[in-house]
Design a protein around this ligand. Sequence first.
Ligand code: GLY
Ligand code: MN
Ligand code: MN
Length: 431
Amino acid sequence: MDLAYMAALPMEEFAQRRAKVFELMQEDSLFLVFSDIERRRNDGCDYPFRQDSYFWYLTGFNEPNSALLLRKQQGEQQAIMFVRPSDKLLEIWNGRRLGVDNAPQTLLVDTAYAIDEFVPQFKNLVQKQTALYYAPKQQPWGDALLEQSAVEFLSVFNWKPMLGEMRLFKSENEIALMQQAGQISALAHIKVMQQTRPNRLEYEVESDILHEFNRFGARYPSYNSIIAGGENACILHYSENDMPLRDGDLVLIDAGCEFAMYAGDITRTFPVNGQFTEVQKAIYEIVLQAQKRAIELLVPGGSIAKANEEVIRIKTEGLVRLGILKGDVDELIEQKAYREFYMHGLGHWLGLDVHDVGEYGENRDRTLEPGMVLTVEPGLYLSKEADIPEQYKGIGIRIEDNLLITDYGNKNLTSAAPKEIADIEKLMADA
Ligand code: GLY
Ligand code: MN
Ligand code: MN
């Protein structure tokens, strides 16, 4: 088998997921999911291709312009792939294709057709099926093909809740890949702590991170890296990364690799020159204490919402202690006074996507269960414009780790990246 078509998971695992979907489908129904397509960056240049995560989850197939059709009829199950046909000339110009003939054996499906044949074949394949499982708008090019086929169904069910639920619980194999994603991401954070110096550009640090990901087998980051020096850290999704790092500032780095399609998502905040000031320490300690407490609470039976309540209390108490917030802690919590300085959630599911799918419950109160993977990422952002004591202005701190919920607690997949002040300072001093 060609390496380009090999998933890091055994192909049988994808087949097992399809078997599970077949079980959940009603009799005489179809289930249709499209791959992603190549996306244009500018004339003559595409973005690197990244497969649709739902499609990947059920196929392990990394080519664009493909579709998977599951057909359940009178007790029979058929998995059908539509793929780009082999094309000598196009393959010379644009790269290899698996092709129709190789698809069944490689992808463990029953039949394959060329994607160009989708409309007539789909019409043919629909016989007694009255229901279609389909997620409109997930792949607009697929919506267009489906519309062209002009087949009417009695009912259309969105498969997103079904696949979201399946993807939320990671298998042993997936956990192994996510551990690797977490470990590689952590190694990259260690590396840049060792290499960061005043006057280096934020994007130089970004390239060091990417280099470290690459060295360990992760070709891409799982999202655009955030390298935010000084007050840039108060912009939550800062991605310009084009400013020099200044002596005396902190730098917030939110970067994770994508390993075998699975995301790591780590944030560390550390001093550009290797030594925290007393003021920076004071804020950092609040965030760290909140994060460590949250990790204790993110266990089976707990929830993101419950952990966040304690995070909010720790932060509010800390901000009052430093004179950044003024008043009674309980009243300030009641008024959500912290929102000015902590304006995002405590964490999110993590998996094939960095903000992975899966139901959160109301206000993230879903009970945690073994096999879930999530981030824990409290932060404090004290903007230059805030009405707070001068010395705290322009400080932004977030500390983010990735947790696997286990039978008895959790496992921190990213603990290799230091976060204690003394450990960071030592690592940077020794470098
Ligand atoms: N890196 C995106 C996030 O932390 O949610
Ligand atoms: Mn992050
Ligand atoms: Mn995150």
